[in-house]
Design a protein around this ligand. Sequence first.
Ligand SMILES: C[S@@+](CC[C@H](N)C(=O)[O-])C[C@H]1O[C@@H](n2cnc3c(N)ncnc32)[C@H](O)[C@@H]1O
Length: 271
Amino acid sequence: MSDQPTEDRHTRSHGRKTIMATLKPRELITATPDLARAWKAQVITLFPEAFPGVLDLSLTGRALQEGLWQMDTIDLRPFGEGRHRNVDDTPAGGGAGMVLRADIMGRAIEQARARMPPDAPLIYLSPRGRPFTQGMAQDLATRPGVTLICGRFEGMDQRVIDHYGITEVSMGDFVLTGGEIPAMALLDATLRLIPGILGNAASTQEESFSDGTLEHPQYTKPASWQGHDIPPVLLSGNHGEIARWRQAQSEALTRERRPDLWARRKLPGTT
Ligand SMILES: C[S@@+](CC[C@H](N)C(=O)[O-])C[C@H]1O[C@@H](n2cnc3c(N)ncnc32)[C@H](O)[C@@H]1O
């Protein structure tokens, strides 16, 4: 299996706020100007046109336009070889499918690294990776940005992962066609934790996983729907009672649905 090159595979740039002054020679200036103070998402992919995709909508989309973060893609195809700019080849040792070549990935990664600060992690989306968590999103949100590598076919030559010490991150125990959807999910989870992107910071502190438990159920108007009423305590106006009810619901849900999370939760006063 191999994807053929298509036209119009350009790097996109988004966000319009303050553009940083640079002393780099003209030819080293990338298509996307660096935005001062913007959190930087950089994605190596065979499908740059997939980005920013849904991240261009709603709050993350507005933040992109406001320059709170920026989205750069590195199209893998031009690094390929031959008339069709091939980026993959058959697996050493035989077997089905194709593998992304080490030399081609290496050249794309070198370009990506030159464009990012050294403390921005390099992550390969992979079903063999560490499962992605809210904790990882919180960590990434404190960095200057991230470079993500989207695999295709049977994945990427192992030597690239070893050579660059790349972190492999999985979105779950299932196999997708490519790393673009996992990359989008990782970025969305991280972006909403960056100050200024969500209007109400409290909402990220109280939601599922923020304290190692699942969130309590939510209700809104109408007070009665199809014979189902909102739990009366939520309409009581008693904030202490409401908080205790929500806490109890959150604990019961976590115990029932996610005994793994319940066993790992941090108890107050413990480190
Ligand atoms: C068809 S998959 C390759 C699967 C690989 N042969 C395996 O069995 O582990 C192609 C690409 O999709 C991405 N991908 C698929 N499932 C994923 C998941 N659960 N989490 C993160 N990335 C995934 C990876 O970038 C991967 O290189």
